[in-house]
Design a protein around this ligand. Structure first.
Ligand SMILES: Nc1ncnc2c1ncn2[C@@H]1O[C@H](COP(=O)(O)OP(=O)(O)OP(=O)(O)O)[C@@H](O)[C@H]1O
Length: 256
C-alpha cells in the first residue's frame, strides 16, 4: 500500500540546508500497521508530513496504493490518505463546532448525505450525538482526539498517518484511543503508519517497526523481536529499555 524508496527530505532555514531524512526506504502492506519509532528530532514527523504532501522538499520514490506520488497532491489523494496529529486542540479550529469541522471535510470533497454521515462518524468514534454542536474547548483531550479521528474517517480513507496520536493525552485516555484505532483498523481494513517515540505504544498496535535515528532508519524489525529484546541493533534495545515502564498504565488498559 505504501512504498518508499530512497526518501531524502531537506529543510532550508536561514541559508542553512538541513537534511532531516536521509535516503530511507520501507514498505507497508495493505491492512498493516507499520510503526516508526525514534527519539525526538530523528525525523519521524518529517517523513509523515512529506508522505501526506505537507512538505514538498523531498527526493526519492513514494508510491501509495500503486500510484507514484509527485510533489503536489490532488483531492482524490487526500480522500484516500488522511493524517491525525498529536495535538487535537491545535488541529481543530477553536471557533468551529464539531458539526462544522466534520461538515467542512465533506463539503471540500463534495460528499452529500451530510447529516447521516456526521452522525455515523460520531458513533464510529464513540461520541454522543449531542456533542455535534459543541466547540473543541467543551470537550476533553480524548474526546477532541476522537473528533480528529472522526474527521479523518468521514472521508472513508484507506490509509491513516498517525503522528503521536496519544502522546498529548492522559495515560488513562491513551489506552482508550489506541483501542479505538485498533478496532477501526480491524473493521475497515485500514493501513496505518504510526509515528511515536514510545515503543510500548507500538508494541500493542504494530507488527513491524522502523527505528529512526538522526534521519536514518537503523533497523526494520518485527515487533515481536524487539519486544523480546533480541533486536539486531543495540540502539533499538536501548530504546526498548528506555520506554519500558514509561506507559505501563496505557498498555495495561489495552484490550485485544
Ligand atoms: N520546518 C523545519 N525547518 C527546519 N528544520 C526542521 C523543520 N522541521 C523539522 N526540522 C528538523 O528536522 C529534524 C527532524 O524533525 P522531526 O520533527 O521530524 O523529528 P521527530 O522525530 O518527529 O521529533 P519529535 O518526536 O520531537 O516530534 C530535526 O532536526 C528538526 O529540527
Amino acid at each position: 500500500m505504501i512504498e518508499v524508496a530512497d526518501l531524502t527530505i531537506t529543510f532550508h532555514t536561514g541559508g542553512r540546508v538541513v537534511k532531516a531524512v536521509k535516503s530511507i526506504s520501507f514498505s507497508v502492506p495493505e491492512g498493516a500497521c507499520f510503526g516508526i519509532v525514534g527519539e525526538s528530532g530523528s525525523g519521524k514527523s518529517t517523513v509523515l508530513r512529506a508522505l501526506s504532501g505537507l512538505n514538498p522538499d523531498w527526493t526519492g520514490d513514494v508510491v501509495i496504493d500503486g500510484q507514484p506520488q509527485g510533489r503536489q497532491r490532488d483531492k482524490a489523494f487526500h480522500k484516500k490518505l488522511q493524517m491525525v496529529f498529536q495535538d487535537p486542540y491545535g488541529s481543530l479550529h477553536p471557533r468551529h463546532t464539531i458539526d462544522r469541522v466534520l461538515d467542512e471535510a465533506l463539503s471540500v470533497h463534495g460528499i452529500g448525505d451530510r447529516d447521516a454521515r456526521i452522525e455515523q462518524a460520531l458513533r464510529d468514534v464513540g461520541l454522543p450525538l449531542h456533542f455535534r454542536f459543541r466547540y473543541p474547548h467543551q470537550l476533553s483531550g480524548g474526546q477532541r482526539q476522537r473528533v480528529a479521528i472522526a474527521r479523518a474517517l468521514i472521508l472513508e480513507p484507506r490509509v491513516l498517518l498517525l503522528d503521536e496520536p496519544t502522546s498529548a493525552l492522559d495515560v488513562s485516555v491513551q489506552a482508550e484511543i489506541l483501542n479505538l484505532l485498533r478496532r477501526l483498523r480491524a473493521e475497515r481494513g485500514l493501513t496505518y503508519l504510526l509515528v511515536t517515540h514510545n515503543l510500548a505504544v507500538l508494541s500493542n498496535m504494530c507488527d513491524t517497526v522502523a527505528v529512526m535515528r538522526h534521519g536514518e532508519i537503523v533497523e526494520v524489525a518485527e515487533m515481536a523481536l524487539i519486544r523480546s529484546g533480541t533486536a539486531r541493533q543495540p540502539y533499538t534495545r536501548q530504546l526498548l529499555a528506555a520506554s519500558q515502564g514509561y506507559d505501563r498504565a496505557a498498555v495495561a488498559g489495552l484490550v485485544d
